[in-house]
Design a binder for this molecule. Structure first.
Ligand code: ADP
Length: 255
């Protein structure tokens, strides 16, 4: 496979913020060549889980492995170097940066920093190096935005900015791709395009973790679904099993 995906294994992850126990022993794994969806109501711990994989937060307990490498507690830069890329819920693009420059900034990304922080840290980001340019154009082609390379990124509609955020994650050639609510605010055509892109990355061998509210999208994309509620995994299985799980339906109807 073109992408050398690694299994991501999370074992017994615990995290409290003050007196608020956000995660209570979360255990799950995501395999290369699969989309693993992480779903659950607001506040159930999805983003906190992603943030700990990226090295944004340090877990109170538990282990995270990328392949056989232990990564919990690593700084974001090292996690990114180890091959983990993520998108952010709100694409944060500085004014006057071209689409190409915004994507190229993903080559210098850490898993923590927003697009704005990375672009602004680039030395002479207006002169994207040739190697980065070629790689960035490939990532833009993947999301169907190559023809927009010279446009001002911040002026694009939300759907395009989200696809740009995906291209920016992909350009780092991640082994593990963490997608945080990438479909929210997109119209149906854009969601379909996004779904095709995610399938393409999966089929290329990436380990894809998808945090997503759109249950229909999750059912159409996921090879495996992990359901969180109040910081605990309450269900974990194939879409056909999860779809009819009364606990899962209960959580969703309760939202
Ligand atoms: P989800 O992504 O599923 O909506 P989160 O992971 O954002 O859930 O939140 C899980 C719990 O942790 C919530 O109770 C939330 O308020 C709390 N939490 C998340 N991040 C922080 C933080 N930086 N400081 C304090 N509490 C936090």
């Amino acid at each position: 496979a073109p992408i050398d995906g690694r299994p991501l294994t999370i074992d017994g992850l615990g995290k409290a913020f003050g007196g608020n126990q956000a995660l209570r022993g979360v255990t799950l794994s995501a395999q290369p060549g699969q989309v693993t969806a992480l779903i659950g109501p607001n506040g159930s711990g999805k983003t906190t889980t992603l943030n700990m994989v990226c090295g944004f937060y340090r877990p109170d307990s538990g282990r995270i492995h990328l392949g056989d490498k232990e990564i919990q507690g690593s700084i974001p830069y090292r996690v990114a170097r180890a091959g983990v890329a993520r998108t952010f819920q709100t694409p944060n693009i500085p004014d006057e940066v071209s689409v190409l420059e915004a994507v190229a900034s993903g080559r210098y990304s850490t898993a923590r920093s927003s697009m704005a922080a990375t672009v602004l840290r680039l030395p002479g980001f207006r002169r994207v190096r040739a190697a980065d340019r070629a790689e960035s154009m490939r990532a833009l082609e993947l999301v169907g935005m190559a023809h927009l390379a010279g446009e001002t990124a911040s002026a694009l509609p939300l759907g395009m900015r989200r696809l740009l955020e995906v291209a920016r994650a992909v350009v780092a050639r991640p082994q593990v791709l963490l997608l945080d609510e990438v479909a929210s605010g997109l119209d149906e055509d854009e969601v379909e395009r996004l779904a095709d892109i995610i399938r393409g990355l999966r089929d290329a061998g990436a380990t894809v973790v998808l945090v997503e509210h759109n249950f229909r999208l999750v059912l159409s994309l996921a090879d495996r679904i992990v359901v969180l509620a109040q910081g605990e995994v309450i269900a974990d299985g194939a879409p056909a099993e999860i779809e009819h799980d009364p606990r899962v339906l209960g959580e969703y109807l309760g939202v």
